[in-house]
Write a protein that binds this ligand. Structure first.
Ligand SMILES: Cc1cc2nc3c(=O)[nH]c(=O)nc-3n(C[C@H](O)[C@H](O)[C@H](O)COP(=O)(O)OP(=O)(O)OC[C@H]3O[C@@H](n4cnc5c(N)ncnc54)[C@H](O)[C@@H]3O)c2cc1C
Length: 475
């Protein structure tokens, strides 16, 4: 019988063999085996115990293919990793996986002004892609607070949303072609540069939102558009959430050229003020705020916006309002919204959630949620903000001061179950834009039917029979 000591020695030899293979393949500078690897093996969630085998940084698709082939042969699990800004525990290695980071896959191959496309490697940072597009008088509209760190590959793998979805849609709408490496190392080029290509299954769609469970995205051909005209940012104070929603309906009926419609509460504003240099632009505090961004599309834009605000004031939907007078002020107003998540995390112990509901059900859902939390989880503060024009709410529970952290997270998990039952009741989704990862895998069935989940598992099995691609995520 093999002794524990012999087993340990054997494991160390096998590990050395793997490390030698990857060092030879990628060079010593493209592999991290010491404790620094921990930082590369987690995303923005902090709840998991991290345990990666090591981290590798390929630079080419061929290298990714060789890495994956080797892992498949040796049945070693892989965690694909981008900018690690994910909020669902997707790019998290907890079981001795090898982390494959796209950090050094940052090539921009071509930007085509006629086709309005950009061909990039998966590790290009979202903000850099946006900048590159603008330098060529083009525009990539997927945007959110973490776009300075997230990668385009991560955006595609999570089908990221953000602040401009109401006008431009999710990441899916901007992916024209995709290259991915399958679990057996096959390099799959999907679609070409054609907008129209009805020739069988559209395989690239499978990889969008697949959270690294079907393959590693290595390159993408991204659609771009023309930059918007000047944008006007208004911050409107509302007396209740219902009024924020009615205000949105009014903006639709008055055909306001919206590019964003976001909301937050007094709690969020106060935390941002505490954590950043940003100031409250109003003389006093209000319970709810709507950030309304419009595009100057025609000569009548200003008149339209003015008429909208007048009507909103008349109808009591809005009690106060300010309009950004210059680009710095517009940035500051956006800062009040975009810094909420980070400010709450810096000041409070919070449990975050991202859900969506049909717009018509948002008000009743929020009111029932409030009652539920008040009665069953007394002491929990519920903080809401988000892309409300898309029916997307970020729900944060804040830990009561006198509650132990572990106990709080346990309660929060229970509170999630109760909340997701409400989400289900009103036909919503347990994850609007952050994905499932580890965080929500227990709750997938609240939004997806058993038949859907079974079909997803069949696809996973067909493409990754050894389950080496981000195993344990989603299912
Ligand atoms: C402050 C803040 C604000 C945010 N706001 C928003 C928002 O408004 N809207 C929104 O949608 N998200 C938001 N997010 C979440 C996050 O930024 C997005 O999910 C983003 O798309 C993740 O990209 P990433 O490169 O950081 O991916 P990572 O976190 O590295 O990975 C995310 C998932 O994708 C997989 N993956 C990464 N790269 C690849 C690849 N090349 N091939 C295959 N799989 C891959 C990983 O395995 C993981 O499952 C926010 C996050 C923060 C911290």
């Amino acid at each position: 019988m093999t002794s524990a000591w012999e087993l340990e020695k054997l494991c160390a030899q096998i590990m050395d063999k793997h490390i030698k293979y990857f060092t030879d393949l990628l060079g010593a500078e493209n592999i991290i085996t010491d404790d620094q690897k921990l930082a590369w093996a987690r995303d923005y969630t902090k709840a998991y115990t991290i345990n990666p085998r090591f981290v590798v940084f390929p630079q080419t698709t061929i290298q990714v293919s060789e890495i994956v082939k080797y892992c498949n042969t040796h049945k070693i699990a892989i965690v694909p990793s981008g900018g690690r800004t994910g909020l669902s525990g997707g790019a998290v290695a907890t079981e001795g996986e090898i982390v494959v980071s796209t950090r050094r896959m940052t090539k921009v191959f071509e930007i085509n002004s006629i086709e309005k496309t950009i061909h990039v490697q998966a590790g290009v940072v979202t903000k850099d892609l946006q900048k590159k597009a603008l330098e060529n008088n083009l525009y990539f509209p997927v945007d959110f607070a973490s776009s300075g760190s997230s990668h385009i590959g991560g955006n595609i793998a999570t089908n990221a949303g953000g602040i401009k979805v109401i006008r431009y849609g999710l990441t899916r709408a901007w992916v024209l072609g995709l290259q991915a490496v399958l679990a057996d190392g096959t390099i799959l080029d999907m679609n070409n540069a054609c907008l129209k290509n009805n020739t069988g299954y559209d395989l690239k769609e499978l990889f969008i939102g697949s959270e690294g469970t079907l393959g590693i995205i290595t390159e993408a051909l991204i659609k771009l558009t023309t930059p918007p005209n000047d944008l006007v940012v208004s911050l409107l104070a509302a007396p209740s959430l219902e009024k924020v929603l009615e205000l949105f309906s009014l903006s639709q009926s008055m055909k306001l050229p919206l590019t964003a419609y976001e909301f937050f509460t007094q709690f969020g504003l106060l935390r941002v003020q505490e954590h950043t240099e940003l100031q409250n632009p109003f003389e006093k505090l209000y319970p709810f705020y709507a950030l309304v961004e419009t595009e100057k599309t025609g000569d009548d834009h200003d008149k339209k916006l003015e008429a909208f605000i007048e009507k909103a004031l008349e109808e009591g939907l809005v009690v106060d309002g300010v309009q950004a007078q210059n680009s710095q002020q517009a940035k500051d107003f956006w800062g009040l919204r975009e810094n909420i998540s980070e400010s709450i995390s810096a000041i409070e112990v919070a449990h975050k959630n991202d859900i969506s509901l049909p717009l018509s059900k948002l008000a009743i859902f929020c009111s029932e949620l409030e009652t539920l939390i008040k009665t069953q989880y007394p002491g929990f503060e519920v903080v809401l903000f988000g892309h409300i024009g898309d029916g997307n709410l970020h729900v944060n529970y804040i830990k009561p001061k006198d509650m132990d952290k572990t106990e709080f997270y346990k309660f929060a998990h229970h509170a999630d179950e109760a909340m997701f039952s409400l989400v289900k009741k009103y036909g919503g989704s347990v994850s609007a834009e952050h994905g499932i990862g580890l965080v929500k895998k227990d709750f997938l069935h609240y939004t997806r039917s058993p038949e859907e989940i079974r079909t997803m598992k069949l696809i996973k099995k067909a493409l990754d029979p050894n389950s080496i691609m981000n195993p344990g995520k989603i299912f």
